[in-house]
Design a protein around this ligand. Structure first.
Ligand code: 5GP
Length: 188
C-alpha cells in the first residue's frame, strides 16, 4: 500500500486529550481526512454514525476481519476497533493527508505495514491527571474507568517508540504543537 499523502497516527492513553487536540487540528488545518474506525462499542449519546465511528455488530466485525478488510484492528477495553484498509488506501492514493486515532496495538500494526506513517503520542504528566480527566469527562462507568486506567499504564510505555510525543499540559499549547508538527511534514 503506498501513496503520496501523509499518514499521521495519534495514540495515547484514554483521558490524555487525543480527541480534543484532533478536533482543533481539523478546525485549523485544511484538507485533512479523518479515518473513521469501525467499532463494536455502543454509541455514546453525542456520537454520530459515520462521523465518529461506524458502529457495527460483533458478527459483522468478525466477518470483516476474515475478509481482510482491516489495515489494523484490536480489542481495546473489551470492544473491537478497526481501521478499514480501503479507506486509507483510497485517501493516500489520492494524495490526501490522513489522521488515524487508534490505540497502541493499532499504531504498531499500521507502522509495521506502512513504515512512512508518523506516530504522535499524546500523553499527560501523571496517572493522577489522567484519572481526574476521565472523572471530569464522565463518559465511563467506574468499572470502565478502572479498565482504561489499567491500560493507560501499559500504553504510556509506548511513547518512546513513537516519532513524536506531545505532553498535553495545556490544550492551547499542545494543539499549537500538534498543528505545527503536521504542517511541518506537509511543507517538507
Ligand atoms: P473510545 O471508545 O474512547 O472512542 O476509544 C477507545 C480507544 O480505542 C482509544 O484509545 C482509541 O484511540 C482506540 N481506537 C479508536 N479507533 C480505533 C481503531 O480503529 N483501531 C484501534 N486499534 N484502536 C482504535
Amino acid at each position: 500500500m503506498s501513496g503520496n499523502g501523509h499518514l499521521f497516527i495519534l495514540s495515547g492513553p484514554a483521558g490524555a486529550g487525543k480527541g480534543t487536540l484532533r478536533k482543533i487540528l481539523f478546525k485549523e488545518v485544511p484538507d485533512l481526512v479523518y479515518s473513521v474506525s469501525c467499532t463494536t462499542r455502543l454509541r455514546r449519546p453525542d456520537e454520530v454514525e459515520g462521523k465518529d465511528y461506524y458502529f457495527v455488530g460483533k458478527g459483522d466485525f468478525i466477518d470483516m476481519i476474515q475478509n481482510d478488510a482491516f489495515l489494523e484492528w484490536a480489542e481495546v477495553h473489551g470492544n473491537y476497533y478497526g481501521t478499514r484498509r480501503s479507506d486509507v488506501r483510497t485517501c493516500l492514493d489520492l494524495g490526501c493527508d490522513m489522521v488515524l486515532e487508534v490505540d497502541v496495538q493499532g499504531s504498531r500494526q499500521v507502522k509495521a505495514a506502512m513504515p512512512q506513517a508518523v506516530r504522535i503520542f499524546i500523553t499527560v504528566h501523571s496517572m493522577d491527571e489522567l484519572e481526574n480527566r476521565l472523572e471530569d469527562r464522565g463518559t465511563e462507568t467506574p468499572d470502565q474507568m478502572l479498565l482504561r486506567l489499567r491500560n493507560a499504564a501499559f500504553e504510556m510505555r509506548y511513547a518512546g517508540e513513537c516519532e513524536h510525543t506531545i505532553v498535553n499540559d495545556s490544550v492551547e499549547r499542545s494543539s499549537m504543537e500538534l498543528i505545527a508538527l503536521v504542517q511541518g511534514y506537509r511543507n517538507k
